[in-house]
Design a protein around this ligand. Sequence first.
Ligand SMILES: Cc1cc2nc3c(=O)[nH]c(=O)nc-3n(C[C@H](O)[C@H](O)[C@H](O)COP(=O)(O)OP(=O)(O)OC[C@H]3O[C@@H](n4cnc5c(N)ncnc54)[C@H](O)[C@@H]3O)c2cc1C
Length: 401
Amino acid sequence: MYDLTVIGGGPAGATCARKAAEAGLDVLLLEKANHPRDKPCGGALGPFAVQNLDLDISPMIEHIFHGALVHTPSQKKVILTSKNLTGHLITRSRFDSYLLQKAVDEGVEVIQGVEVVGLEQLKSGIRALAVGDSYKSHLLVGADGVNSIIARKLGVRPKWASDQVAMCISAEVPLNTKDVESVMMTHGAEGCPVIELYFDLVSWGYGWCFPKEKGLSVGVGCRLDKREDLRHAWEKLVTKIELDKGIELDTSRKVSSRVPLGGKIHRSIARRSMLIGDAAGLVSPITGEGISYAIQSGSLAAKIASEAVEMKTPTHVVEYDTQLKKKLEKELIDSRWIADILHRSPKHSELLFQMVDEDPVMRNYFTDVLSRVVPFSNMKGKIGKRMLSKHPLKALQLGLR
Ligand SMILES: Cc1cc2nc3c(=O)[nH]c(=O)nc-3n(C[C@H](O)[C@H](O)[C@H](O)COP(=O)(O)OP(=O)(O)OC[C@H]3O[C@@H](n4cnc5c(N)ncnc54)[C@H](O)[C@@H]3O)c2cc1C
């Protein structure tokens, strides 16, 4: 019988398992795929993600960036850069395998190619059921991503509401390194390399083009209930990049995927169990950035699991729910507020980016918001006040009072 079984070996599960093993727990991690596995993702890591990981990820870093170049609906280009910001670009197949290997190095037993299909509550434990096998532990963590079967089997969430999840179309486009360098890493203010974001494609979403070592990550996503425009937005994005950069994109590896959009945190625990990362819906509703939340929630679940095992009190998982809400709920709810303004319509994003372009203080605020350098809850008051005092007409048009 293990102390802890973690289901899913993405950034959330690998971090949780590694940190629980570091704390002395006997940990099993079950992963459905065989790593290295592909995971649709832009692979942009803000400083916060790296800080919380407590690992040297330098071998994984393919590019760094210091901000973003935003394409607005009226085809203006607005640059958001800040001295405070250094972001990293990684490829998920390599990055996730690296995190999983670090968990193995810490003593986690990792079994790959095992899909968990059910759970059984026992008198003194919980059993994860896979095809042809089962695994018993005192505690269990569901880290199985946006389509979490663990959330369903625990009775926590049968499915996402349509405003709680985004649909994406993305592709890893192969390109030789010289071409990546020549077409990407547009240089923003003070010659800093920046990534590119497209707010001229679709309401309730945006597009991206990020450089990788061997190509580009290109994609667009929008809220599920607005997805009728998504295919058209994807075609617009590809054409725009091809024309702007004078290259042809091989999009044959195009995939559709989903990402949850955070807000109010719903129940994230059940008997002897905790949900982390995408399985708990912990993703920025502003940018769709979820790796830092996966790492943060994974670390917290590891801490709570080790306390629960030490105290021999499995009901201690309640503390995970409490602490998770304390750490992240206000930030995610406040992020919803600005996401709802930013993404509501092209008119709304245009007005916001005009303010950012005209006002260096707003530009700094927004750079921090988009990169999660500062938790959004610390920014909401400042942004609201600045809009009303310096840009009252635009604030009024955006619905602020
Ligand atoms: C198109 C797209 C672009 C994105 N871009 C970014 C970005 O640039 N930066 C960023 O920070 N975030 C980005 N995100 C969000 C980010 O990918 C997620 O928030 C992050 O992957 C969450 O990590 P996780 O470990 O919770 O889940 P996942 O990474 O999804 O890992 C879940 C793991 O569980 C395994 N699994 C699933 N079911 C089972 C089962 N039944 N049994 C066993 N194993 C199972 C899966 O194989 C997988 O390995 C993007 C998301 C999408 C869809």
